[in-house]
Ligand binder design. Structure first.
Ligand SMILES: *Cc1c(COP(=O)(O)O)cnc(C)c1O
Length: 396
């Protein structure tokens, strides 16, 4: 190893190279702002990929966390956990769901959804249905089942053999959906806005037809709200935009404001799909995790943050469209609430690097789309700063 290598570079060699990391070590965060180890300041328009929806180190959440750290960290799910029950009630009170299962990540939440859909069909309805229909360009996680559900070849490469019982079809294509459905179909699973796939909201008329078909055929509708949920799109959950109700939906990312936690929620009829001993997780819904979930939901719902995200998202999109009008490199600005994409004519990795040098952190959604995910409390002034930097870089 060269002598010029820093201690961090040396230590990093002990990690698997699973991420193409930026040469940037962020060490402090507050609200919309991050600082690196050299004291440089960054405006954060990626929020840890839609995780820090309340900004960095939000005071109320921090207080709830510290209070819980003083009382109790962990007990087994063999005991009553008041925070867990109360967090679940906050989810069911504010959604179409009636029962919640807590886990630790998005992939695990989707695993729980897939398992519940199968078990409900096979052990409650006794109809033997097992197939899950998912969509091209979707993203559902990195476990074997959820990468199989994911409609992107790059995520699956080298991991064969993959679990059986998944079909992937094009989105917004009713004929393809009708052709894919069979007497083996247990569930259809999708995101209301494909986020990793390039910021593509599902077509509203198609979604109504899809929901009606599921209802008619007794197929469960699973909505992956891991990135779109927790107020991000201008509603607490993105399915609310579509006038439909999923049988099952999943959460993670923003659910814990940065504390790792996931959850799967479902309607009453599915309760008996998961009886005692059929599914579980050692760390699922610990007193600490669910203290944070409670505080996060109370802040999002109590402070009307979905409505705020809708307003700020409209402002961000309007500013981008205004400043980027006539820019031949920019093909489209689209989004829902504060889940916003700028589709460009060519790859944008270099633009993201330059934005970073200018003090703005953003992320891609596929090679040609700049994805903007500011926190839900972002101000007009911060939006103006980000838009000015992006407009200048996209001009060049
Ligand atoms: C991030 C994400 C996941 C996976 O979540 P992990 O916590 O990384 O397992 C699944 N679905 C969607 C839509 C996501 O954005």
């Amino acid at each position: 190893m060269s002598e010029t290598q820093t201690a961090l570079e040396t230590a990093s060699h002990s990690l698997f190279p699973t991420y193409a990391r930026y040469p940037l070590a962020l060490v402090k965060g507050e609200g919309s702002w991050l600082w690196d180890d050299k004291g440089n300041k960054y405006l954060d328009f990626m929020s840890g990929i839609a995780v820090t929806n309340l900004g960095h180190a939000p005071k109320r959440i921090k207080e709830a966390l510290i209070k819980q750290l003083d009382e109790l960290w962990h007990v087994s799910n063999l005991f009553q956990i008041p925070n867990q029950a109360e967090a679940a009630k906050l989810i069911t009170d504010n959604s179409c769901a009636d029962a919640v299962f807590f886990c630790n990540s998005g992939a695990e939440a989707n695993e729980a959804a897939i398992k519940l859909a199968r078990r409900y069909n096979q052990n409650v309805l006794n109809n033997g249905r097992c197939e899950i229909i998912t969509f091209e360009q979707s993203f559902h996680g990195r476990t074997l089942a959820t990468l199989t559900a994911t409609g992107q070849a790059k995520v699956k490469e080298g991991f064969a053999p993959l679990p059986e019982g998944f079909k992937t079809i094009p989105l917004n294509d009713l004929a393809a959906l009708r052709a894919a459905v069979s007497d083996k179909t247990a569930a259809v699973m999708l995101e209301m806005v494909q986020a990793e796939g390039g910021i593509h909201p599902v077509d509203a008329a198609y979604m109504k037809e899809l929901a009606a078909l599921c209802e008619r055929e007794g197929i469960l509708l699973i909505v992956d709200e891991i990135q779109t949920g927790m107020g991000r799109t201008g509603k607490l959950f993105a399915y609310e935009h579509y006038g439909i109700e999923p049988d099952i939906f999943t959460m993670a990312k923003g659910l814990g404001s940065g504390f790792p936690v996931g959850a799967m929620a479902a309607k009453e009829k599915l309760r008996d799909g998961f009886t005692a001993g059929t599914h579980g997780s050692t760390f699922g819904g610990t007193p600490i995790a669910t203290a944070v979930v409670k505080a996060t939901l109370e802040a999002i719902v109590g402070d009307g943050l979905p409505e705020r995200a809708a307003r700020q998202g409209d402002y961000l999109i309007a500013q981008l469209r205004g400043k980027l009008a006539g820019n031949a490199f920019v093909k489209e600005v689209r989004g829902l609430g504060l889940l916003v994409g700028i589709e460009c004519a060519e790859p944008i990795a270099d633009i993201l690097n330059k934005a970073q040098e200018r003090g703005l952190l953003a992320i891609s959604a596929g090679p040609n789309v700049i994805r903007l995910l500011p926190n839900l409390l972002v101000t007009n002034e911060e939006i103006d700063t980000a838009v000015a930097i992006l407009a200048e870089l996209l001009e060049a």
